[in-house]
Design a protein around this ligand. Structure first.
Ligand code: KET
Length: 414
């Protein structure tokens, strides 16, 4: 009887409100629900082939075949900080093999759950061990940054980054805000291919930003989710991070292999903490382990083994750079196709920013109402801030997107 009574009582979760879907991943949820065959998903930043299919890099298949054939491999737990070989090679990929931090062993790298997990572990470490519990994010930024840092217990503020009028960097505003931030603040920087704007500082501007950050004793935290996707060159896309590490100062770096190796669902990434001395780095590592162990104990082995193989084998590595360049080039060609298609339609407005912006996305300038119109009338799924994943576009879908943008801008009916 008692069981019946308790079953009839209200749920202990009755007070819960229905939460909204995630602004980015929720677009895929809506897309999946749509039965229309002509629908196009330009929401999430995930690379698609010309046929609109997800891509497994050939080099990843080769590495997996080797792993499968290697009977010495097992599925034992990794150490708390992950696969040592992966950590070493990931750090060298972003910092350069001759980096002073690598040579002087002034850094610790921990394999984490892709870029997000690396940011989250870094944020948790800062909340526990860093004196200034305040992080500055660019306006705009990847939406999840806010939640990652707030959930760790840091206060979040913003610095000026994108100028809507010029559709370029608000360099002066950025320097002013960095200069005005309380000394020692954490400054989140997109290492390259800024998401969502596709606007990166020039090398000269990076140098100015570095000086502004160092002058105020701030702590830079790089989010590197697109190395290789900005210019097609892994080294060029690491320039900003390397500029900061070269001055001997400290920084955090969160790396993701989701995009540049197409390992999205494998959740492969790394957090590197560059310190002033190898002694500090050793103590940082010991504390980092205490952060990670109660969260998820240790990271998964498969994806990191793939990356370690690709980074460690000259043959696989050069094949990877070719495939990566191929992805970057296809995205650039989509920029030209979309730009040409809008010009051909005489769509009002200056669309040159589509050509100038860098990386996976175009920050179109379309507003929420226009985006909602395009989704409703043209089945184009994209985030409400007007961001388009150019990596999801193909020769076949460019005309539809251009029609949709044209109609949205001119107020025409579909
Ligand atoms: N940082 C940035 C700047 C970023 O755009 C992403 C993913 C991540 C980190 C995290 O990626 P991970 O898969 O955890 O390695 N951005 C795309 C996907 C997402 O929102 O999760 C996106 O913006 O579409």
């Amino acid at each position: 009887m008692e069981a019946t009574a308790s079953a009839a009582a209200a749920s202990v979760f009755d007070h819960l409100e229905q939460a909204p879907e995630d602004p980015i991943l929720g677009i895929t949820v809506a897309y999946n629900k749509d039965p229309h065959p002509g629908k196009v998903n330009l929401g999430v930043g995930a690379y698609r082939t010309e046929e609109g299919k997800p891509l497994i890099l050939n080099v990843v298949r080769r590495a997996e075949e080797r792993l499968l054939a290697d009977r010495s491999k097992n599925k034992e737990y990794l150490p708390i900080t992950g696969l040592a070989d992966f950590n070493k090679r990931s750090a060298m990929l972003i910092l350069g093999s001759d980096s002073p931090a690598v040579v002087e062993k002034r850094l610790v790298t921990a394999q984490c759950l892709s870029g997000t997990g690396s940011l989250r572990v870094g944020a948790e470490f800062l909340a526990r061990h860093y004196g200034v519990k305040l992080v500055f994010l660019p306006t705009p930024t990847w939406g999840n940054h806010f939640k990652v840092f707030m959930n760790a217990g840091l206060a979040v503020k913003t610095y000026r980054y994108y100028d809507n009028k010029t559709r370029g960097l608000d360099y002066e505003g950025m320097l002013e805000d960095i200069g005005a931030a309380p000394s020692g603040s954490v400054i989140l920087l997109h290492a390259c291919a800024h998401n969502p704007t596709g606007v990166d500082p020039t090398p000269q501007q990076w140098e100015g930003i570095r000086q502004a950050i160092r002058n105020r004793g701030h702590l830079p935290f790089f989010d590197s989710a697109y190395q290789g996707f900005a210019s097609g060159s892994l080294d060029k896309d690491a320039l900003a991070v390397r500029t900061f590490v070269a001055d001997g100062g400290e920084c955090f770096i969160a790396q993701s292999f989701a995009k540049n190796m197409g390992l999205y669902g494998e959740r492969v990434g790394a957090l590197s903490i560059v310190s002033k001395s190898s002694g500090v780095a050793t103590r940082v590592e010991s504390q980092l382990k205490l952060v990670i162990r109660p969260m998820y104990s240790n990271p998964p082995i498969h994806g990191a083994s793939i990356v370690a193989l690709v980074l460690g084998d000259g043959d696989l590595f050069s094949e990877w750079t070719v495939e990566l360049k191929g992805m970057a080039d296809r995205i650039i060609s989509m920029r030209h196709k979309l730009y040409d298609a809008l010009r051909a339609r005489g769509t009002p407005g200056d669309w040159t920013h589509i050509l100038k912006q860098i990386g996976m996305f175009s920050f179109t300038g379309l507003n929420k109402e226009q985006v909602q119109f395009m989704t409703r009338e043209y089945r184009i799924y994209m985030t409400l801030d007007g961001r388009i994943s150019m990596a999801g576009l193909s020769l076949k879908t460019v005309p539809l997107l251009a029609d949709a943008i044209h109609a949205a801008v001119t107020g025409a009916k579909a």
